[in-house]
Design a protein around this ligand. Sequence first.
Ligand SMILES: [Mn+2]
Length: 199
Amino acid sequence: MRQQSRTAEKSRKSKETMVEVKVNVDGKGDYNITTKVPFFTHMLQMLAKHTRIDMDVEATGDLDHHVIEDTAILLGTAIREALGDMKGIYRFGQHYLPMDESLARCALDISGRMYYVGNLNLEGLDIEGMKVEDIDHFLLTFAQNLKANIHLEVLYGDNDHHKVEAALKALALSIRMAKRVDELADDDVPSTKGMLDTK
Ligand SMILES: [Mn+2]
């Protein structure tokens, strides 16, 4: 049914950051990611690998918070634009994901409407030098720009690194489910309204 790969490119240059993002939603999860925040780079690599979305991300800038925020804006926007009119996709995704002693759960709807409910139950203030508040801010800003309802929770766990890994992988596998082309849907928009707000 769908021949053309769903791809998009976004770039942004400001006094604070320089960010370039390229995505192929119909990729294999290959990635080429460079950011100034090592744990953030690790998070984006997991997102690429487990969504099976090919991602090229190059992000530099003055402050970690600015780089993380602007990357979330561009990555969310690029994936949404690559999904286009969203005809024939599953739209919904959900996944439980264990990471050793940690268990996370995600449920999402790429509906064109943004809503983020997140609770990662993190104990520390930072993980490997990345502020925990910036992890939450990344997820909120990503949901805003993907225009999706994302409910993401770490149910329990001891190690903050494990909890974030479990949460990112649960999110990634839920996006992988939602982006899939639904063989039963033909080219139908998965909404009784006959349209999804993709703009
Ligand atoms: Mn790790």
